[in-house]
Design a protein around this ligand. Structure first.
Ligand SMILES: [Zn+2]
Length: 73
């Protein structure tokens, strides 16, 4: 494997300072997870999670969602 001559490569002229490196890295953060809609019931649901509304994941019911059959009063 042949590499181009170092004289032809773009090379930084100055070493980047630690301050500049840390200032750039201070902006690095995990992105907040967005909501998707459930393909089965179309209610808002986090991606890669079982839907709390209908209990479906991957096109099948994996959790049985119980309806309340008792009163709260
Ligand atoms: Zn659902």
């Amino acid at each position: 494997m042949l590499y181009p001559s170092p004289s032809l490569m773009a090379v930084p002229k100055q070493k980047q300072s630690h301050s500049r490196t840390t200032k750039r890295r201070s902006q690095h953060k995990a992105a907040t997870a967005g909501y998707n809609s459930c393909p089965t019931c179309h209610s808002p649901r986090l991606p890669h999670r079982v839907c709390k509304t209908c209990g479906h994941y991957g096109g099948r019911e994996v959790v049985h969602v119980h309806d309340h059959d008792h009163d709260h009063d």
